[in-house]
Write a protein that binds this ligand. Sequence first.
Ligand SMILES: NC(=O)c1ccc[n+]([C@@H]2O[C@H](COP(=O)([O-])OP(=O)(O)OC[C@H]3O[C@@H](n4cnc5c(N)ncnc54)[C@H](O)[C@@H]3O)[C@@H](O)[C@H]2O)c1
Ligand SMILES: CC(C)[C@H](C(=O)O)[C@@H](O)C(=O)O
Ligand SMILES: [Mg+2]
Length: 356
Amino acid sequence: MTKKIVVLPGDGIGPEIVAEAVKILEKFREEGLNINLEYGLIGGAAYDETGTPLPAETLEMSKQADAILLGAVGGYKWESLDISVRPEKGLLGIRSELNLFANLRPAILYPQLADASTLKPEVVAGLDLMIVRELTGGIYFGQPRGIRTLDNGEKQGFNTLVYRESEINRIGKVAFDIAAKRQGRVCSVDKANVLESTELWRETMTTLSKSYPDIELSHMYVDNAAMQLVRAPKQFDVMVTTNMFGDILSDCASMLTGSIGMLPSASLDENSKGMYEPIHGSAPDIAGQNIANPLATILSAAMMLRYTLDEASMADRIEKAVSKVLDDGLRTADIYSAGMTKVSTSEMGDAVLAAL
Ligand SMILES: NC(=O)c1ccc[n+]([C@@H]2O[C@H](COP(=O)([O-])OP(=O)(O)OC[C@H]3O[C@@H](n4cnc5c(N)ncnc54)[C@H](O)[C@@H]3O)[C@@H](O)[C@H]2O)c1
Ligand SMILES: CC(C)[C@H](C(=O)O)[C@@H](O)C(=O)O
Ligand SMILES: [Mg+2]
């Protein structure tokens, strides 16, 4: 049966990088992969056209889809809008509406990029870390939230960090199951010394770990985890953490691999239906210049083939093709170093396509 892929390019560099991943999906389609691509609006592009960052039509087609490929949302143009209609709200809305609670963000160093990493080669060589970020709960979604005026006339902004045991258990299971296929170690990152919500997080992870006797569970406070990531990242196998901590730690981890333009992600529901997107944003500072790195998006398409479309060999081919173009010395500006060949977004995409 034909699998339906919804493509949501979004804003800024979104359309540029998504176009490169689509070239690859189209090639596989020509080779016989039974997919159909359908485009939708999200983020600022959707707001401009329809007055909302997540039009009902986009949500409906995404619910019907087998998988979604997303570029990025947001940009200067929409920064003065009320938070409730900003482009980012469209992204949060689709994650929540589709119940995409498990966000997998693999931070893998391609050895060819050791010199682009912010860490010394001996500290980062062989890095292969999986960050499992809870994506539909925590402070991003907790109620109450807002800005209120206090009795003395002063304004106060407030958000609520809440986690239910069931939310912690389901993301914990994802992390333990992934660890079982890797080195068997999970580090749960929290702030249990200060926040009750993550005190419960720690207790729940500990109880859950009793069902996974072969997995080694450790706990770490988020401030230490940030420090350990840049000190000795190879101590981690799988990290599992809350929505906001995972957002921050994954941007941090991305630079260990050379660039935020290298990190893909999968956001999955209970049935491994998913949305696939690079972890970076719409990069308005470089949008429209054909210089963004498309590899995070191309690698996100590989994750889509692996996790949702059950086409592991095609995913392998993409990952090998990325490795090949890096072997050939091709670099977008963000990962460029002396002696390499600087290429544009579309040249990088074409090179991966040719290397397939
Ligand atoms: N998933 C998403 O859609 C997503 C993620 C993060 C931020 N955002 C939004 O994007 C907008 C810009 O946010 P920001 O500047 O804080 O973060 P950003 O990730 O867009 O950019 C941060 C820096 O990284 C660079 N960068 C990002 N992706 C790159 C790529 N593929 N190649 C080369 N360089 C790249 C940018 O040029 C910029 O200097 C905001 O509106 C933000 O809310 C969206
Ligand atoms: C744009 C924003 C809502 C989003 C997040 O915070 O989840 C982004 O930073 C990400 O990492 O996907
Ligand atoms: Mg982020």
